[in-house]
Design a protein around this ligand. Structure first.
Ligand code: SF4
Ligand code: SF4
Ligand code: SF4
Length: 316
């Protein structure tokens, strides 16, 4: 199996880099990167404001993501299921089979395979928000598309409108962790899950508002997922800090289905996991099925402990 050397180097790097220091907030990174920055356009869609937006307007953050496919090797070189998916499952108690992030294995133009994590694109011009008849899905002040499950009537028009297939519908009553009934519901952290409502990735709005990495990014052992702030033109994967516009331009970043005019806030940098030893012609085990939150033993208490003690860290 390829990738042991790089894995060793990566583990060594991990022990010397404190994510907590880096993620005390993107503010510190921002201060380092701020000089001479030209912000990427961050205009929002034109849907009506929702009645239940908990995020203060006028905040400077405008969240985005860059997924570096040169680093993502589907976690096959380390013989694990995609850790980003497991991190999300554990953080959000995602109903089984309804993953909010999925990692697909695709074939590139050169006939080689590569891995491709897909989550909500947080479109600036989001079709989903425009069709909701009760305004249950909307942008918050930081550019994140949320769903208010107390308003959602389950008509699924947003699912039909989404060109990326990332929304999920709870046909039955999903399993919730013990204590979920007493959790304080928020569209930024929608617990408990409810029958008859639509769910999706909300870019971990409950974590990013405190300057912490989303759970999938924090769980990625290859540091493939960057959280970016378009208003400050900065991004970090918890290990390195980059100027986002330059990072995207220098590495030929692209967005999915740009021709639709949805203006996704998730960019991809082409690659096939080569930075961690995933070769085009190497032989690797099949990608493993991600564990559900139950299989990982996730609980509300464990999630709360992680938030309190380990900013941005998840299931590792
Ligand atoms: S993004 Fe990271 S955690 Fe997810 S499959 Fe790729 S390497 Fe693994
Ligand atoms: S990817 Fe789909 S659900 Fe997400 S903002 Fe865009 S249209 Fe809406
Ligand atoms: S950003 Fe958060 S909600 Fe979205 S896929 Fe990652 S862990 Fe899940």
């Amino acid at each position: 199996m390829a990738g042991h050397d790089s894995e060793g180097a990566r583990q060594g790097a991990r022990s010397t880099v404190s994510r907590r220091r880096l993620l005390g907030g993107l503010g510190a990174a921002t201060a380092l990167m701020a000089t001479g920055i030209v912000p990427i356009a961050a205009s929002l869609g034109s849907e009506p404001a929702a009645a239940a937006d908990p995020t203060p307007k006028g905040t400077k953050r405008q969240w985005a993501m860059a997924i570096d496919l040169r680093k993502c090797e589907g976690c096959v070189t380390i013989g694990k299921a995609p850790q980003c998916v497991e991190g999300c499952n554990a953080e959000h108690f995602v109903p089984e089979g309804q993953e909010w992030i999925q990692v697909f294995e695709s074939e590139g133009a050169g006939g080689h395979n590569f891995f491709f994590p897909r989550l909500c694109m947080q479109c600036e011009n989001a079709p989903c928000t425009k069709v909701c008849p009760v305004r249950a899905t909307y942008h918050n002040g930081e550019g994140v598309v949320l769903i208010d499950h107390e308003r959602c009537i389950g008509c699924r028009m947003c699912m039909a409108a989404c060109p990326y297939g990332v929304r999920r519908f709870n046909w039955g009553q999903p399993k919730n962790p013990p204590g979920a009934a007493f959790a304080k519901y928020s569209p930024e952290y929608p617990i408990p899950h409810r029958k008859g409502t639509v769910e999706k990735c909300m870019m971990c709005a409950h974590l990013t508002k405190d300057g912490k990495l989303p759970a999938c990014a924090a769980a990625c052992p290859m540091y493939a997922i960057f959280l970016g702030d378009l208003s400050e033109d900065v991004a970090t994967n918890g290990k390195e800090v980059v100027r986002m516009s330059r990072f995207l331009a220098d590495n030929r970043a692209y967005r999915l289905k740009e021709e639709l005019g949805t203006r996704p806030r998730v960019w991809y940098i082409p690659g096939h996991g080569q930075e961690y030893g995933h070769t085009i012609d190497g032989e690797y085990p099949e990608q493993k099925k991600p564990r559900s939150w139950q299989e990982q033993g996730s609980t509300i208490e464990k999630v709360a402990e992680r938030h309190a003690g380990h900013a941005g860290e998840t299931t590792k």
